[in-house]
Design a protein around this ligand. Sequence first.
Ligand SMILES: Nc1ncnc2c1ncn2[C@@H]1O[C@H](COP(=O)(O)OP(=O)(O)OP(=O)(O)O)[C@@H](O)[C@H]1O
Length: 547
Amino acid sequence: MLFREFAELCDRLETISSRLAMTDVLAEVFPALSIEELPVFVRFMRGKIFPDWSSEKLGFGPGLLYEALAYVIGKKRQVVISAINSSGDTGRVVEELLEKREQTMFFSEDLELLEVHARFLQMAKTSGRKSQQERMRSAQYLLSNASPLEGRYLSRLMLEEMRIGVGEGVVREAVSKGFAVPVEIVEHAHQALNDLGEVALLAKTDPAALATVHVTPFRPVKMMLAQAGSIAGMVEAHGFLAAENKYDGSRFQFHKAGGRTAIYSRRLEEMTASLPDVVAMLSAATDHDVIIDGEVIAMQDGKPMPFQTVLRRIRRKHGVSDAADAIHMQPRVFDILVCDGETLIDRPFSERRKILESVMKDFVAPQIVSDSPEEIETYYHAALDNGNEGIMLKVLDSPYLPGNRGKLWIKIKPEVDTIDLVVTGAEWGEGKRAKMFGSFLLACQDENGELLELSRVATGIDDAMLAELYELFKDKIIAEHGKTVVFEPDVVFEVGYAELQKSTTYAAGYALRFPRFVRLRDDKDPSEIETIDSLFRRYGMQNKAGQ
Ligand SMILES: Nc1ncnc2c1ncn2[C@@H]1O[C@H](COP(=O)(O)OP(=O)(O)OP(=O)(O)O)[C@@H](O)[C@H]1O
């Protein structure tokens, strides 16, 4: 497949709003692709270069893209930056700039889809002193040979944001339709493999194998998540339940196989290097090859320390052993996904729990099993008294559903109205804070993952946190004009507020009254932020409550 054909298809998909119509287009294309092209194509559609389980990064930020483009169109970098600053859509700007380039600067070599992919892999692999230059050269090569339309999608791929509205669900349905495999089997395989590219490839080459896929060591799967609910409601629906502390720490997935170990964050980033102490503790606690789910907390004098302390440790890249001495981390494990090569995610939770207890000599999270609302209520208050966030209630016969936020896990915690939003920009501070960011611009998302801004937050951030935020955001600046900076939308804030108001100032149509920073949630992926739908529900509930 030529990259031009891929770009034309993306352009077409961008104009289609019906899910079904999108599915049909993809279901027709998938079977026609070669076995090399299919996984690449599927990942590209979703704006991905690597499988979702991979920690690999292209290492290509907006800065490099602007520079490569400036070279290709024979203009100054500033020309590119101002064009991008005045639009929100980098892909379209790249397209327009390529349209205006002088024809002598266009080398019309047809780019193949696989060749583009190979170049990306090469860009990701380069390391060392000359790596930026090498990445730049590859980007220049690709953009020089690209038509304007190809440029739109090349640049979006480089920044890993496709914006063509093709969600995971559409791809799964298209795989199901294109290769005549039941959609439940595609979904299950996707949960276990965490890579739609490989799922599509298996559907093409060995559909029978799709039904029996395994969770594989060192390919993390998404974590199972919880909804809010009530103790009474859960007991009524299920009778006997498991209740555990809801630890106020950071989620992890620990993998051990064949003498190798690794630990991954909720965002599936490998954290082995920043948590060597936790890895060593977990590894010593079992003689088996396992994939284990848990939460790591920081302890002082027998009490959990604030969640922010845990994240600070995790973010740390240098001086890890000093940090490990200063902050004592403790894992708590509560689920097991694989044991000695056997995938356990489809087994009932109660069985997995028995296996977990039999293979882990330590760190297993305490649990009660009860059908008494009073007993669970008492357990909940004890959990809070011991510095936990609340409790988790889990259905005993539930499978482990990677990435699912369903009713099988319910969280019970004190009511606090906070909201998770992604930071899209900031303003430089004033006076003694002139070298720090003063206020942060926040956004929620619509159903396609488009970001819609809805407030600024400046309150509730102390000097130490401001300094920490500066360190975190300084490498995420995409553009800057005057006092305003635009960030790559990558960091999530949890924000409190007094009230939700309708607004004509912000794109979301709502604004937060008295927003205040509660905490940094850089363990959360931006895809997990508040949606317009849930904002709408919040607004409705708030007004109902006020009547
Ligand atoms: N015993 C436990 N079992 C499962 N998850 C636990 C447990 N203790 C703590 N957790 C944490 O609770 C989270 C599940 O709650 P939820 O799905 O609402 O995530 P969350 O958005 O981080 O929740 P919140 O915003 O309330 O902290 C898990 O991601 C995990 O990090």
